[in-house]
Design a binder for this molecule. Structure first.
Ligand SMILES: Cc1cc2nc3c(=O)[nH]c(=O)nc-3n(C[C@H](O)[C@H](O)[C@H](O)COP(=O)(O)OP(=O)(O)OC[C@H]3O[C@@H](n4cnc5c(N)ncnc54)[C@H](O)[C@@H]3O)c2cc1C
Length: 466
């Protein structure tokens, strides 16, 4: 990582498209004849492709809901991407990239209007290296399709968001952070996941560049602010048929300790989610019976099922072996994990939002203190993760929303107890992450997007420089 510095900057969001009509006409004229490029200008398309899942945040919604693209384009290949990049650079038009638009931070919302480039037609899996397992794939490939492709060849994705059926691999790399698999493989920005990338620059004469792992890292989780990814090289893992275990515990303290024992055992895990009993009452019927107890959801390698069942019995918990995962159905344990828990809560009952944090150690006293202060306005949802090589607990607690002040006070309380917050109620890369500017990300923007046209307003380090 390059030089870091703390910042305090308030961003404002324009509410009207910024592109003058005559400039837009010139752009459309230039792009109309580009082979392999679809242009969408209908109002419904402009609105639809200007939104993502930011409505999980009551703070982001009013900020972003009026943002609208002036033009949506869908390129089929790198040559069409270059033509769009060249036109945007010449005419000084903002360009915002988009996969499936499932991000929660408004990552793909065009805050200054301009062009939204939907990458979903660039979806080819180009190559799987039989020796290393490194896969080369276009950014618009759905993660479900990529995982299926890999599994047919004995490999699987290491990390997946719970939106893996609908999200693209490029959107995950540029906008996501971790998820299913994080208990073993940590987070996307850990060295070793992104092996290289092909990018297109936004200049009057765009360059197509091959980046090695070190150079590509600056585009990892940069919200598409500093280069257009046209190919990715990613490490994969040997395929495993994961088995599902659901374990009910009467006591929250016992449930947390059991989660930690499972995570630290010599057993391969893909997922370890712990949900507090009141959360289970709001999950869909297919998720299993409501028992009034807390529930631990595990995806475990076949040879580990008996071991984890034994640990659970020793802890006095009730074990339900659900057998091998059927990933075709969309109703597995993984669809109850990560931000899918929040999705189900919000579907069952309006008024819930969430936070994301790494819990301080020891976790139980910190959670107890927050519970005492916040009562049932805060419901616990934990995920086992690996953080810098160590087994840790991440939390995505559900928060009953009442006001901005409430949310800010809650975050302050969490920080005071030593939690590391990943705030999902902010629009910049830095504020949603560690709160500091990554000099490499800004330097990459200077090189690959010198006029600052890519996804304006999302890279704090660049905005401050402006
Ligand atoms: C219910 C729910 C559950 C979720 N669970 C998780 C989770 O477990 N883990 C997690 O990390 N996230 C999670 N998310 C957030 C999101 O679904 C994922 O991060 C997802 O991978 C984003 O993929 P996408 O195709 O929708 O990307 P988009 O939302 O379309 O884009 C994300 C970012 O990538 C950029 N981008 C897209 N294509 C390119 C490109 N070609 N080049 C450069 N930049 C590009 C965009 O500009 C944007 O900034 C969840 C969201 C919801 C609503």
């Amino acid at each position: 990582m390059g030089a870091v510095q703390a910042l305090d900057l308030t961003l404002t969001v324009p509410t009207v498209p910024m592109v003058a009509p005559q400039v837009l006409t010139a752009l459309v004229e230039e792009l109309r004849a580009v082979p392999g490029l679809v242009l969408l200008q209908g109002t419904n398309d402009l609105l639809r492709y200007s939104r993502d899942a930011y409505d999980y945040s009551p703070l982001l919604s009013p900020l972003l809901e009026r943002c609208k693209a002036d033009l949506v384009v869908r390129p089929r290949d790198g040559a069409a991407v270059e033509r769009v990049a060249a036109s945007c650079a010449r005419l000084r038009i903002p360009l915002t990239l988009r996969g499936s638009g499932t991000g929660n931070y408004g990552q793909s919302v065009p805050m200054e209007g301009g062009v939204v480039m939907v990458c979903s037609a660039m979806r080819e899996v180009k190559h799987l290296d039989g020796q290393t397992g490194v896969v080369t794939v276009q950014p618009g490939c759905l993660m479900r399709d990529l995982d299926q492709h890999l599994r047919a060849r004995g490999r699987q994705l290491r990390l997946l968001p719970s939106t893996w059926r609908s999200a693209t691999i490029g959107g995950f790399l540029a906008g996501g952070s971790g998820g299913i698999g994080s208990i073993r493989w940590g987070f996307l920005r850990d060295p070793g996941h992104l092996i290289g990338a092909e990018i297109v620059t936004v200049e009057a004469e765009p360059r197509r560049l091959q980046l090695d792992a070190r150079a590509a890292e600056a585009l990892n989780h940069a919200y598409g602010t500093n280069g257009i990814l046209t190919e990715l090289q990613l490490a994969t893992a040997p395929a495993v048929t994961w088995h599902q275990l659901s374990i009910d515990c009467a006591s929250w303290g016992d449930a947390v300790l059991l989660l930690q024992r499972c995570a630290r055992s010599a057993v391969a895990l893909h997922l370890a989610t712990l949900l507090e009993a009141p959360v289970l009452e709001r999950l869909p019927a297919w998720s299993g019976p409501v028992t009034g107890q807390h529930r631990l959801l595990l995806l475990v390698a076949p040879d580990g099922v008996d071991t984890l069942a034994r640990l659970a019995v020793d802890a006095g918990a009730a074990v339900h072996e659900l057998g091998p995962e059927d990933v075709s159905a969309g109703q597995g344990l993984r669809e109850l994990s990560w931000n899918h828990t929040t999705l189900h809560m919000r579907a069952a009952e309006a008024g819930w939002t969430y936070l994301q944090m790494l819990l301080p150690e020891p976790e139980l006293p910190a959670m107890d203190q927050l519970r005492q202060r916040w009562g049932d306005a805060l419901l616990w949802h934990l995920e086992g993760v690996r953080q810098q090589g160590c087994s840790r607990l991440a939390a995505l607690p559900l928060v009953r929303w009442s006001s901005k002040q409430q949310l800010e006070q809650l975050m302050a309380d969490c920080r005071e107890l030593g939690a590391v917050l990943f705030n999902p109620h902010v629009i910049t890369v830095e504020d949603g992450g560690l709160g500091v500017v990554d000099g490499d990300q800004v330097a990459a923007k200077r090189s690959y997007d010198p006029d600052g046209l890519l996804n304006p307003g999302k890279l704090r380090g660049w905005e401050e420089r402006r």
